[in-house]
Design a protein around this ligand. Structure first.
Ligand SMILES: *Cc1c(COP(=O)(O)O)cnc(C)c1O
Length: 378
């Protein structure tokens, strides 16, 4: 046999699968999970719901997941939205799948997907996998969007999908509603126009006074707001993400989704979890306080820190960030080596986990500096 096996698409050869290292260390602050698991009562309720679903697992699940769409609409109307009806809601196995479906429906050969770097590292993968051209504009030095430049880039590239994480991952930066509105208008000004996806995976963590893009759904037909149960909702293991948008957009996604993509077990789990929403979201305020304290502490130590509306903080800058990341791992604390060169990202954990992080960081930086000065004097 000649040539490479297996016969992988040319552009996929040699590519590493996406994913942060899953290392077994005591303090896991690398993938922005909620550190607080469900209470025994909530866990028992989820187990009961899954048990009830189990007796009819010989049947396919509700393909349109009607009950779940209604429950998600109710939740969204309590979380920054209003007048969101079930026909405006779509869900899938994580918001990653929701966004891939958006690219399958609205991207494709000859079309462009656009975002502004630094941005979520999965977006270019959705574009690659759907043969959509990927264009990345740039954020300003403080990670905000230069609105004029952003609008001009949209008009120039005429993307069919614009991806805007807000709060942004990895920087934590939220977008003001004017920015979202301006980009929605720009993306509606050419033929056939583009959809503007505001990825609010961290929406529930936004600071007081930061509005959700859900408020703009009534104004812009081409706006899509995605959310997830993986972060604030403390349900990353269940794989449930969703969006709110014009019903015509939800209908379009139905064309590309796989049949019965949301299992009966997933639907039962999500519905039961939504009945416990106040409890599962109950630690969000604590995490926001811990986040703000982490930003203040890091600045006191002399680090550069990006303002954050999310449950993580991007800080730097390090001449050798990998050495710092490694030093923390050696002390049992796993954070994320991501973002622009020289920066690191730490997810907000419990108070105890954050104390471990602070100590490990101080020790690591001291050690790295000692080594540098030893080398300097040698
Ligand atoms: C974590 C994250 C998601 C959510 O992913 P799920 O597939 O829902 O777990 C989406 N967007 C961004 C920017 C994220 O960081």
């Amino acid at each position: 046999m000649s040539g490479a096996f297996p016969p992988l698409r040319e552009e996929l050869r040699g590519i590493e699968p996406y994913g942060a290292p899953q290392l077994d260390v005591p303090v896991q602050l690398n993938v922005n999970e909620n550190p607080y698991g469900p209470s025994p009562e909530a866990a028992a309720d989820i187990a009961r719901a899954v048990g009830e679903a189990a007796v009819s697992l010989n049947r396919y699940p509700d393909r349109e997941f009607v009950a779940l769409r209604a429950a998600l609409a109710t939740y969204l109307n309590s979380s920054g939205g209003s007048a969101i009806v079930p026909e405006m809601v779509w869900a899938a196995n994580g918001s990653n799948e929701v966004m891939l479906q958006l690219l399958q429906a609205f991207g494709g050969p000859g079309r462009v997907a656009l975002s502004f770097a630094p941005t979520y590292s999965m977006y270019p993968e959705y574009a690659r996998d759907t043969l959509t051209e990927w264009v990345a504009g740039h954020r300003a030095e403080d990670f905000s969007l230069d609105l004029d430049a952003a609008g001009d880039l949209v008009l120039e590239k005429q993307p069919s999908v614009v991806l805007l994480p807000s709060p942004n991952n990895p920087t934590g930066t939220a977008l003001p509603p004017e920015a979202v509105s301006m980009l929605c208008e720009a993306a509606a000004s050419y033929e056939p126009g583009g959809v503007v996806v505001v990825d609010e995976a961290y929406g529930e963590f936004r600071r007081a006074g930061t509005p959700s893009a859900l408020e703009l759904l009534a104004v812009h037909r081409n706006l899509v707001v995605t959310r997830t149960m993986s972060k604030a909702f403390a349900l990353a293991g269940a794989r449930v993400g969703y969006l709110a948008a014009d019903p015509a957009i939800c209908d379009a996604i139905r064309v590309v989704r796989l049949p019965y993509h949301l299992s009966a077990v997933t639907q039962a789990t999500a519905l039961a979890a939504l009945r416990h929403a106040p409890e599962l979201l109950g630690r969000v305020d604590d995490l926001r306080v811990e986040r703000d304290a982490t930003v203040v502490w890091l600045r006191e130590q002399g680090f550069e820190v990006a303002d954050s509306d999310a449950n993580f903080v991007l800080f730097g800058r390090f001449a050798d960030r990998h050495a710092v990341w490694r030093g923390l791992v050696d002390r049992g604390v796993l954070i994320r080596e991501t973002g622009p060169d020289g920066w690191l990202r730490v997810s907000i954990g419990t108070a105890g986990e954050m104390a471990a992080f602070r100590q490990a960081l101080l020790e690591t930086v001291r050690q790295t500096t000692d080594q540098t000065s030893t080398r300097d004097t040698a």
